[in-house]
Design a protein around this ligand. Structure first.
Ligand code: HEM
Length: 515
């Protein structure tokens, strides 16, 4: 009688000759499957390249050295010297508008070509995402919100947040007057030196938290809790930058301070969010004739929970606070070095007789507009952004010996588009592209750079807060120019970058003013 050894069959020990055969067959099947998939992928890619006339990229920049460490050390050195943007711009001059850098772990395509940027931001928008890149850096702090997601989640955020930026909200620029009054109180009028940029960062924190949460911080008034919130917010962003630089190595270095900062920021915002959640299901503020508060309006959406309200609020705070302060800081850095421009601006605001401008009056002030436009061109607060190819795709330029043929981009490649370099292009702005000259916007025929001017991005993901930011910046400029009859730069040297999540003047905006 055959005796079946149940134990032996069910556990199937590895020395059993049949198991080796099974492993062999499985491995062969897997390898064949992978080889076949690879073959199919290659054939599909070849057909795609042929169909679109893609050519190989001419300049291939390889990152030599183990594990990309050379790049890491170079980035740290350039950061210390405030020269990352200059370095990247020089590399475009040397290697062309689009080049590729192949590291051990990632392939990055760098571009400052307007057509390529337009393709990634608009024409082939669906082929590119940001979620994987931004969540790798900011997930702990920002969670899932408009800035850190793609696809349907992002579409929902965008649809939900868009009404918060409609004209009726952004045209109410008289809301900015109390901040300007506090700003005046912080600026010495006896000719002593002050860093206006530092004050702008306080002002935008106060204005943003008021807009988002209803009761804002009072950093300009010296409120300790508000300042603590602002400092902690900066720490959370810095942690993100270290994560970006070090990648997975970040988790090997102690980061307890960063975790504490994130917890503190979350708790602080949650206090407002809990109050806001009581508004769930209520009608919009404008229908109720109530004062508009961002966090309350968000909480009214039935499908949104407290974490989502907090995440979206922090996403907007990140997008809106530093960017506008950086614009103002760089603007006053340049303005303090151009007394002629300052007097022309004084002449433009003179008809207001010292009164605050209305939204319409602000729109008509051409030189104020050109000065802001020129600052955003030369010193964009968001100078570089990254996108990830979600599928095999192409860029219209970058292939072939002259870089004018289409370029195939494999799935999972990174694209780093550099608007700092784009907006300094002599081909678009002339030989003095590197010079701060607001008048360039007034010449006839008018300068129309299209996709060559992108301080607020472009396509479906362009800046939601553009009109709010321009209103606030314009208002602050007009009020300061009205008040002070002169401004003088304090400190030597050219503008240098202060590059973090956004880019401000690395040396602040040290000035003296008088009435
Ligand atoms: C001078 C000031 C500002 C500049 C230069 C600026 C620039 C930008 C840029 C370049 C983007 C596009 C990012 C991308 O392509 O993914 C962006 C997105 C965004 N900005 Fe701004 N921004 C400014 C102010 C503001 C303000 C004040 C707010 C809100 C209060 C704001 C809210 C947003 C939001 C929500 C997004 C994300 C849009 C999306 O992903 O759909 N921004 N901003």
């Amino acid at each position: 009688m055959i005796k079946l050894d149940v134990w032996e069959v069910s556990t199937w020990p590895s020395h059993h000759p049949t198991s080796a055969a099974v492993v062999f067959v499985a491995a062969t099947a897997l390898i064949s499957y992978l080889a076949y998939s690879r073959y199919v992928q290659e054939q599909t890619r070849r057909a795609f390249k042929l169909q679109h006339g893609c050519q190989p990229i001419a300049a291939v920049q390889r990152d030599r050295g183990p594990f990309g460490l050379k790049s890491l050390f170079r980035a740290i050195k350039l950061k210390k010297e405030h020269k990352i943007l200059e370095f990247l711009n020089d590399r475009h001059v040397e290697l062309g508008r689009t080049y590729v850098s192949k590291g051990l772990f990632k392939t990055v395509y760098f571009t400052n070509d307007p057509e390529n940027i337009k393709c990634a931001l608009a024409t082939r928008f669906e082929d590119w995402g940001v979620q994987k890149i931004r969540q790798a850096v900011f997930r702990d702090f920002l969670g899932s919100g408009i800035f850190t997601t793609d696809g349907t989640f992002w579409q929902h955020s965008r649809a939900m947040l868009r009404p918060q930026f409609e004209k009726s909200q952004v045209a109410a620029i008289d809301h900015f007057e109390p901040y300007v009054q506090k700003l005046f109180a912080c600026i010495p009028e006896d000719g002593s030196t002050v860093d206006l940029q530092e004050l702008f960062f306080k002002l935008t924190m106060d204005a943003s938290t008021e807009f988002l949460l209803g009761s804002g911080t009072d950093c300009l008034g010296g409120d300790k809790e508000g300042q603590m919130f602002a400092e902690t917010f900066d720490k959370c962003l810095k942690a993100g930058i270290w994560k970006d630089i070090f990648g997975y190595l970040y988790y090997l270095i102690p980061h307890r301070q960063a975790s504490k900062a994130i917890k503190y920021s979350h708790n602080a915002v949650d206090t407002w969010v809990q109050q806001a959640m009581q508004h769930k299901g209520a009608s919009a503020a404008k229908d109720l004739g109530e004062r508009y508060i961002f966090v309350n309006e968000l909480a009214k959406h039935a499908e949104v929970d407290a974490t989502r309200v907090r995440d979206e609020t922090l996403n907007i705070l990140l997008a809106g606070r530093d960017t506008t302060a950086s614009l103002l800081g760089s603007l006053w850095f340049n303005l303090a070095r151009d007394p002629d421009l300052y007097q022309k601006l004084r002449a433009e605001v003179a008809p207001l007789n010292g009164d605050p401008p209305s939204y319409e009056a602000l729109k008509d002030m051409k030189l104020v507009r050109y000065t802001i436009q020129e600052t955003l061109r030369l010193h964009p607060p968001v100078p570089i952004l990254g996108k990830l190819a979600l599928r095999d795709t192409l860029l219209p330029h970058g292939g072939g010996p002259t870089g004018s043929s289409p370029l195939f981009i494999p799935r999972n490649s990174l694209l780093s588009y550099n608007t700092y370099s784009l907006m300094r292009s002599p081909a678009l702005y002339g030989r003095d592209a590197h010079v701060f000259r607001p008048e360039r916007w007034s010449k006839e025929p008018a300068l129309r750079p299209g996709w060559g001017y992108l301080p607020f991005g472009g396509g479906p993901r362009s800046c939601l807060g553009q009109q709010y930011a321009l209103g606030l910046a314009g208002y602050v400029v007009v009020r300061l120019v009205q008040r002070y009859s002169w401004v003088k730069a304090r400190g030597e040297g050219e503008w240098r970058e202060g590059l973090a999540v956004t880019c401000c003047s690395g040396d602040g905006a040290w000035v003296a003013v008088g009435r």
